[in-house]
Design a protein around this ligand. Structure first.
Ligand code: SF4
Ligand code: SF4
Ligand code: SF4
Length: 187
């Protein structure tokens, strides 16, 4: 059976350390001032002493029906053999159509290469070799999980089977592969 890669984020475990942000920048040589992922603080909300805050990892949602792929005039943005949205640097002309089309603001024009850039799930550098993405391997709080949803024994499949999950902007029909678990988080 084909793999269905997914990332699962347990918000209650994220301590906002940004180790994921740094690991991603190092792994993927992301230029200074640009990011494939960050985990900004949401909040604080409430009134003292009942004040709450959490951190929510942002990155490409690895849509299975991706607007960025649809608008790319050169097919540089494409689904690879594992169904993940990647960018073929040789084909990208830097037109920014994909950057405008992404409803998650996940893309940017890499200021060193001039090519559209975003999270790749570290597919070519790590996942294709059997490793986890850099952010997942580095996550200090144990908030990040990655694996194949078509493997019922995988950590991600087990987590999603028992938890209440959310995807971002489900109403857009983009079918994200990044799932957010808010259990234990006060919103
Ligand atoms: S989150 Fe944006 S960049 Fe990522 S696959 Fe979806 S539309 Fe494309
Ligand atoms: S999967 Fe890789 S490219 Fe994506 S946010 Fe994590 S470290 Fe960055
Ligand atoms: S490394 Fe893990 S705990 Fe730290 S900010 Fe990133 S997701 Fe949160």
């Amino acid at each position: 059976m084909a793999k269905e890669y997914a990332m699962v984020i347990q918000l209650a475990k994220c301590i906002g350390c940004q180790a994921c942000t740094v690991a991603c920048k190092q792994q993927n040589k992301v230029p200074e001032g640009q990011y494939r992922t960050q985990s900004p603080a949401i909040g604080p909300t409430g009134t003292y002493p009942n004040v709450h805050m959490y951190f929510e990892k942002e990155a490409c949602q690895m849509c299975k029906s991706a607007p960025c792929v649809r608008v790319c005039p050169t097919k540089a943005s494409h689904y690879n053999e594992a169904g993940l949205v990647l960018i073929d640097a040789d084909k990208c002309v830097g037109c920014k159509y994909c950057i405008t089309a992404c409803p998650y603001k996940a893309r940017f024009l890499n200021k060193e290469t001039g090519v559209a850039d975003k999270c790749t799930f570290c597919y070519e550098t790590r996942v294709a070799k059997g490793e986890k993405p850099a952010c997942v391997s580095t996550c200090v709080g144990g908030a990040l999980h990655f694996g194949d949803l078509n493997d019922a024994g995988s950590e991600v499949a087990k987590l999603l089977a028992k938890a209440k999950k959310e995807v971002r902007k489900p109403e857009l029909g983009t079918k994200p592969s990044v799932y957010y678990l808010y259990e234990g988080v006060v919103r």
